[in-house]
Write a protein that binds this ligand. Structure first.
Ligand code: 5GP
Length: 140
């Protein structure tokens, strides 16, 4: 197993060295919008502990992240008028992981609307700011 590298982009966001469109935070987890959403409201939920992915995270931290993902999913259903939610989580390059701090994707879905390809287009900052504000309000 490769060791956790704190210089990954989500590690920098967790330390406040890079900005994010935050939707939820508690003592053990942070959730913010994906800058290249596969659908409006696409959110990433991370443990604050330095876990590379599901293969090295503690079961307690993983359980907490999933519980926050559930809260975000329920709030996103209302906020984005979704018909469903897709959860994705990738482990190591072979498993599709690109950023090596554990994160769970929570993606609101509408019936008949396909997901955009991964990392295909950056959303406008003003759109992300508006979506984050609405989702954070629903989670407060
Ligand atoms: P994964 O590692 O799960 O395959 O994908 C990483 C995800 O992080 C992608 O969905 C990508 O759009 C997103 N991403 C990459 N860089 C940034 C960033 O700087 N900020 C945010 N909020 N998301 C990012």
């Amino acid at each position: 197993m490769v060791a956790y590298d704190p210089n990954n982009i989500f590690g920098k966001i967790l330390r406040g060295e890079l900005p994010c469109h935050k939707v939820y935070e508690d003592d053990k987890a942070l959730a913010f919008l994906d800058i290249m959403p596969r659908a409006p409201g696409h959110t990433l939920v991370l443990p604050k502990s330095p876990a590379r992915n599901m293969l090295d995270v503690s079961s307690d931290d993983l359980a907490h992240v999933m519980s926050v993902a559930q809260k975000v999913a329920k709030a996103a259903m209302k906020t984005f008028g979704a018909d469903g939610i897709t959860i994705q989580q990738f482990n190591e390059s072979a498993g599709g992981q690109v950023v090596f701090h554990l994160h769970v994707h929570v993606i609101p879905r509408k019936t008949g609307e396909a997901l955009k390809p991964p990392a295909s287009a950056k959303e406008k900052p003003e759109v992300l700011a508006e979506h984050a504000k609405k989702l954070a309000a629903a989670l407060a």
